[in-house]
Design a protein around this ligand. Structure first.
Ligand code: TXA
Ligand code: MG
Length: 343
C-alpha cells in the first residue's frame, strides 16, 4: 500500500520527485530523508494535509511541527521579524541541523503546524533529496520525524516502513541519514537564545558565533518546558526492556553484565566496538569509543534493534556532555528514564 522509492544516482530520480510532488500537492504526506533523521512531510500551508501527519504518527495535536524550506530567502514569507542572531545563524549553519524558533506571521501557515503558538520552528535541511524535493515543490514542508509517536526517530527508510508502512502513501529512500539525531532547536525570541533541544549544531558551535546561549540542564528543562518546548512534556522513546545507563568502562560493564545475568536477566549491550568481547546476550555497536559522531549516527538504530531481541534489560554506555555529547546524552537519558546501573 505504501510506495517505496529508492533515490540514488542509479535510478530515474526525476520521476520519483515528480510523483512525490504530485502526492504532496494532492494534500497527502510523503516521508523523505534529511541529514538528521527521516521526516514525514505535508505542505505546511494545507491544514487538512498537516492533520494527516498527526494521524499517521499518533502524535498529540498540541505538539507543533518544524517547517522545512528549500531556500533561505523564504524565511521572510513566514516570519514577522528575523532577529540579528537568527540572520547570523542562517548565514553560518543553513542548510544544516539547526531549527530556529521565531515569531510567525499570522494566517499563512496551517493552524496545526504551530499548534496555536505565536512562534514557529524553521530549518533548511542539508540533504540533497530533501532539498531537491523542496525546490521542486516550491512550498514549505511541515515535517516531524517519520516514526510512530513514542518510537526512536528513523535513520533509515526501512525504519519508516516498519512504523508507518500502510499508513502513508510514499517513502523516498535516500539511504542512512548522516547525523542520526534530530536538529538542534534554538529559540531566538529569547535573549540570550535558548536551546530547547540539543542536536548536531552544538552549544559550543553557536557560542563561537553568536555569544552566550542558554542550554538548560535536565532539571531546568522541566521549568522551561511549558509552554516553550511543548514536545518536551511527552514521554519519549522507551524500548520494551528497561534501559540502564553505565559508564563507558570495560571492567565495570563486564561485571554489570555478569551480575545481571546471574539474576536471570537477558542483557542487550549498547557499547563501543572495544566492548564486543563481553559476553552479553545481545550486543549492538555504537562505533569507536567516544567518537560522538559515530555514536549519534548509530544510537537510534541500536535502540530499535534491541526491540527485536528477547532482551529483558538494556545496558547503554554513556559519554560526556560536551559537543554532540549533549544531544546523545539527552536522548539516552530519556530512553533510560534517567536510570543508571547500580551494582
Ligand atoms: O531534525 C529534525 O528536526 C527532524 C527532521 C525531520 O527535520 N524533525 C523533528 O521534528 O525532529 P519533531 O516534530 O519530531 O520535533 C520538533 C521539536 C519538538 O520537540 C517540538 O516541540 C519543537 O521542535 N517545536 C516545534 N515548534 C516549536 C515552537 N514553535 N516552539 C517551541 N518548540 C517547538
Ligand atoms: Mg520526533
Amino acid at each position: 500500500e505504501t510506495v517505496y522509492k529508492v533515490v540514488d544516482s542509479n535510478v530515474n530520480n526525476q520521476l520519483n520527485y515528480a510523483q512525490a510532488v504530485d502526492i504532496l500537492n494532492a494534500g497527502e504526506v510523503v516521508a523523505f530523508p534529511t541529514e538528521t533523521v527521516y521526516g514525514l512531510g505535508a505542505v505546511a500551508t494545507n491544514d487538512e494535509a498537516v492533520k494527516k501527519i498527526f494521524e499517521a504518527k499518533g502524535r498529540p495535536s498540541d505538539n507543533p511541527l518544524i517547517v522545512h524550506i528549500g531556500t533561505k530567502e523564504e524565511v521572510g514569507l513566514y516570519i514577522k521579524h528575523i532577529p540579528e542572531v537568527a540572520k547570523t545563524c542562517m548565514e553560518l549553519f543553513w542548510p544544516g541541523p539547526l531549527t530556529l524558533v521565531m515569531q510567525v506571521k499570522p494566517n499563512i501557515l496551517a493552524r496545526s503546524v504551530t499548534a496555536g503558538l505565536d512562534t514557529v520552528g524553521i530549518r533548511m535541511p542539508d540533504h540533497p533529496v530533501a532539498l531537491s524535493l523542496l525546490q521542486q515543490l516550491k512550498k514549505p514542508l511541515a515535517a516531524p520525524s517519520a516514526n510512530r509517536s513514542g518510537k526512536p526517530s528513523p535513520t533509515e527508510a526501512i525504519h519508516v516502513q516498519d512504523d508507518l508502512g500502510g499508513y502513508i502513501p510514499y517513502i523516498l529512500d535516500g539511504g542512512s541519514t548522516g547525523i542520526g539525531l534530530e536538529s538542534t532547536v534554538l529559540d531566538v525570541t529569547h535573549e540570550p537564545p535558548v536551546i530547547l533541544r540539543p542536536g548536531g549544531i552544538t552549544k559550543e558551535m553557536l557560542e563561537l558565533e553568536i555569544g552566550p546561549v542558554i542550554q538548560p540542564t535536565k532539571n531546568e528543562q522541566n521549568l522551561v518546558s511549558t509552554p516553550k518546548a511543548p514536545g518536551m512534556k511527552y514521554t519519549h522513546y522507551a524500548p520494551n526492556a528497561p534501559v540502564l545507563l553505565i559508564d563507558c568502562d570495560v571492567e565495570k560493564v563486564k561485571k554489570a553484565v555478569q551480575q545481571l545475568q546471574a539474576q536471570g536477566q537477558k542483557v542487550a549491550l549498547l557499547a563501543p566496538d572495544n566492548f564486543r568481547d563481553i559476553k552479553a546476550d545481545f550486543y549492538f555497536s555504537i562505533g569507536v569509543a567516544h567518537r560522538k559522531e559515530e555514536m549519534g549516527a548509530t544510537l537510534y538504530h541500536a535502540l530499535r534493534a534491541c526491540d527485536k531481541t528477547l532482551a529483558t534489560i538494556i545496558l547503554a554506555t554513556t559519554t560526556s556532555s560536551e559537543g554532540m555529547g549533549a544531544a546523545i546524552m539527552n536522548r539516552l537519558e530519556k530512553a533510560a528514564g534517567g536510570k543508571w546501573y547500580t551494582p
